[in-house]
Design a protein around this ligand. Structure first.
Ligand code: ASP
Length: 333
């Protein structure tokens, strides 16, 4: 029929999280609901899109693995190949920033992938899940959200996967984005995008079947002497991320151990400040960024240590050389 516009088709995959949690027999709440239940609970979604709901996992999000997210990415690739217009991933907020960033590296399609969760369970007063799911669907179905990479939508705000992080344990406004704030918001049922991030030119880092290379994450505290570092390769770690102080610094006494580790496995340097780039050319004392880079570490650019760790796992799984790994992180600088 001429002039008929078909509704957008969205795939909704639920992985668990508070948004799916109801009273558990042993006390507290636990994941029970699936994507079909969540979609059925928000009748307004019918006016937004035709939604296919699937529930691959029912987990607290701290129990999700990168292998689980690889499976999710593969399902999204298959759906996009079938002509879906966008995807919604529903999961716990604890690790949403990691899932979103991993999907950003693994999907790389102009069509929106939106990750959503809730801070309050569906049986709690003021449950935010239904409103968040509706906002996520509006964004996933919106032409305005195309080309922005993977997004996180909570509390009516639209965040870029690269910059978003959970910054509070309880508030519905728990999500913040460093480096410019959210990209947009949903108000009165309308998606308004007021800032766009240019996706870095990167290959699709979607691993095939098989074990993913383990990458250690080491946070540096005052007075740390780095005694953990020499044992990491022996424990099977294929890479490490060091979350240094300030612009990317470790105690001077650790510098040699960092260099020895970087000679054995790729070591990426991030900052525990969670804002601003890792420096490359300012400080020149033992344990400073200039010293550590000269010893072979790779600066993480603007990526948090959590996201740098995922990028390193996927880069190692893709068999990237040390030079290519450095280029990958430079793209986030
Ligand atoms: N607090 C979490 C949530 O908001 C629990 C989880 O991440 O699974 O969903």
């Amino acid at each position: 029929m001429a002039g008929t516009v078909r509704p957008p088709r969205l795939l909704a995959l639920s992985l668990g999280g508070t948004i799916t949690m109801t009273a558990a027999t042993g006390g507290g709440i636990a994941p029970t609901l699936g994507a079909g239940d969540l979609v059925a609970a928000v009748p307004e979604l019918a006016a937004v899109a035709e939604i296919t709901a699937r529930s691959p996992f029912r987990l607290g999000s701290a129990s999700l693995t990168l292998a689980n997210i690889v499976q999710v990415a593969a399902e999204i690739h298959a759906a996009f190949a079938e002509g879906y217009d966008g995807a919604i991933v529903i999961q716990g907020t604890d690790t949403i920033e990691e899932t979103a960033f991993a999907l950003d590296l693994m999907v790389r399609d102009a069509r929106p992938v939106v990750v959503v969760g809730a801070m309050r369970g569906p049986q709690q007063p003021g449950a935010d899940g239904p409103a968040n799911l509706l906002a996520a669907a509006l964004v996933a179905a919106s032409p305005q959200a195309r080309g922005l990479g993977t997004l996180v939508v909570l509390n009516d705000e639209i965040h870029a996967a690269r910059f978003v992080r959970k910054a509070h344990t309880a508030l519905t406004s728990a999500f913040v984005s460093a480096h410019g704030g959210p990209l947009g918001l949903v108000a009165e049922g309308r998606v308004r995008v007021f800032a766009r991030v240019a996706p870095p030119a990167l290959p699709v880092l979607l691993p095939g079947p098989g074990e993913l290379p383990p990458v250690a994450l080491v946070k540096i505290g005052m007075g740390d002497d780095g005694r953990l570092l020499p044992v990491l390769p022996g424990l099977g770690y294929a890479g490490a991320v060091i979350e240094g102080a300030g612009a990317g610094h470790v105690p001077g006494v650790m510098a040699e151990a960092v260099g020895e580790l970087a000679a054995r496995i790729p070591v990426v340097l991030a900052s525990r400040t969670l804002g601003g780039p890792v420096f490359e050319s300012t400080y020149g004392y033992p344990g400073s960024e200039i010293d550590l880079i000269a010893r072979g570490v790779i600066p993480a650019g603007l990526l948090s240590a959590l996201k740098a760790r995922l990028a390193l796992v996927l880069a190692l799984a893709a068999g990237l050389s040390r030079e290519n790994i450095a280029e990958l992180f430079a793209a986030f600088g």
